[in-house]
Design a protein around this ligand. Structure first.
Ligand code: C5P
Length: 427
């Protein structure tokens, strides 16, 4: 079994790029965590970043001079920019603003950081951070796609409250989440460290949804369900063990993030929908394990809903949430492909019939059906049993996986999915 630990970062040379976002104040903590993990860290800041955090702070934390300008004869005499580009094993930009993303997507070299990115052959990652409307803008989405194609790994952004008062996607991942993503073993590193033990999910990106969603009614109340998130988190942990790069999109749960997993927290079904669609297109397998609320309030009350004198009933008007997994199953990339899509069905009766109906209706490749009426299994429990049904394996009937710990069941589900993926590409 592969162990992932912060040791993978020991001795790595990380060039930390900081651009002009309010999240730049978190870059100080990020630099600290990287140093604690044993990395050599050198910081490059854009001109705008210095309005949010001072070079002196980063210099004190890294023990190295901070570079801010391309045309700085003194700094260039110490370590020239091409030398600095060659020095780095990893370039990590956090926060990456919309403007910097646009410049990098265009291959511009109009300041020190963009020049280094162009000149360096290091592994490159960025954690975007911006207002939600800026992130959603088609231009930014286009730039994100281009950067992905150019080999950048985008970490996040997460959804939630923003400094500007908006709510939505665009928050920088937390420094701990960024470090966890760095610790993930890239495929080449695994290959060179253990040439004889290729892992079945090596080089694969697996995106998993987990937990419940929470649908606000007013500032203090919400609709939700009892999902604990345990099955989704077990899948994430098992996928890392099998060598995958794993992104876990989680609703509100009370569970620790498994080691090596990039976790993005969301609250509502709409946030989970948006994050899933964005990340799924870059994945090999998408697993919908979340218990997504079927409905949300048509309108969230701005103030706490009050009891009305003389009224014994309150009518809430709900509207249907999008079906996230069906939306992912309908996605196609430029080459007409999409990830393998695996769903879950929690049923209390007629397990096979209902699960089969979902498999077809949501256009899934595989469904993992659980009988949640059985004592000690399913929702909130540590154990689970399942019936696996493949869309192309109807004639074979399903495969029954007996009651077992969720981590063990997760391994069995993933091993099945990975072996199918290896033998037959999905549409
Ligand atoms: O329809 P039902 O909720 O029973 O379907 C369960 C499957 O569909 C699970 O894989 C769940 O994660 C997914 N789902 C979804 N979006 C919804 C509802 C369910 O992705 N809105």
């Amino acid at each position: 079994m592969m162990r992932l630990s912060a040791n993978r970062l020991a001795g790595r040379r990380i060039l930390l790029g900081i651009s002009a976002g309010i999240a730049a104040y978190k870059s100080a903590q990020l630099a600290r965590l990287l140093k604690q993990a044993g990395c050599e860290v050198r910081v490059v800041m854009t001109a705008g970043a210095q309005a949010f955090i001072t070079p002196l702070t980063l210099q004190a934390l890294t023990g190295e001079p901070v570079r801010t300008s391309l045309l700085d004869p003194e700094a260039e005499a110490g370590m020239g920019h091409i030398e600095l580009a060659r020095w780095a094993d990893i370039i990590l930009i956090a926060p990456a603003t919309a403007d910097l993303m646009a410049r990098l997507a265009q291959g511009m070299a109009d300041d020190l950081l963009s020049t280094l990115c162009l000149a360096s052959e290091a592994e490159k990652l960025m954690a975007p951070a911006m207002n939600q409307a800026m992130w959603r803008h088609p231009a930014t989405q286009r730039n994100a796609d281009r950067l992905n194609q150019d080999g950048w790994r985008l970490l996040g952004p997460a959804s939630g409250d923003q400094a500007c008062g908006d709510v939505g996607p665009g928050r920088m991942l937390e420094p701990e989440e960024i470090v966890a993503a760095l610790i993930e073993q890239p495929a080449e590193a695994v290959a060179s460290e253990s040439p004889t033990q290729a892992l079945p999910a090596q080089g694969r990106h697996i995106v998993i949804t987990a937990g419940p969603t929470r649908e606000p009614l007013d500032p203090v109340r919400y609709l939700s369900n009892h999902s604990s998130g345990k099955m989704g988190f077990a899948l994430a942990a098992a996928a890392v063990e099998l060598g995958a790069r794993v992104t876990l999109i989680s609703g509100p749960v009370n569970l620790a993030t498994p080691e090596g997993v990039t976790r993005i927290d969301v609250e509502t079904a709409l946030q989970m929908h948006e994050t899933s669609r964005r990340l799924a297109i870059d994945s090999d397998i998408f697993i919908g394990c979340a218990a997504v609320a079927d409905y949300r309030a048509e309108a969230t009350a701005e103030h706490k809903i009050k009891k009305t004198e003389g009224e014994d009933t309150l009518t809430l008007r709900l509207i249907k949430n999008p079906d996230i997994i069906a939306a992912v199953a309908d996605m196609r990339d430029a080459a007409g492909g999409r990830p393998m899509v695996v769903g879950f069905a929690a049923e209390t009766r007629d397990l096979e019939t209902y699960a089969h109906d979902k498999l077809i209706r949501k256009r899934l490749d595989m469904i993992v059906a659980n009988d949640v009426s059985a004592a000690g299994l399913g929702f909130g429990a540590d154990d689970n049993a399942a019936l696996l049904i493949w869309r192309d394996g109807e004639a074979e009937g399903g495969e029954t996986l007996p009651p077992q710990p969720k981590l063990q069941l997760a391994r069995a589900v993933l091993e099945q999915a990975l072996s199918r993926l290896a033998s037959q590409p999905v549409p």
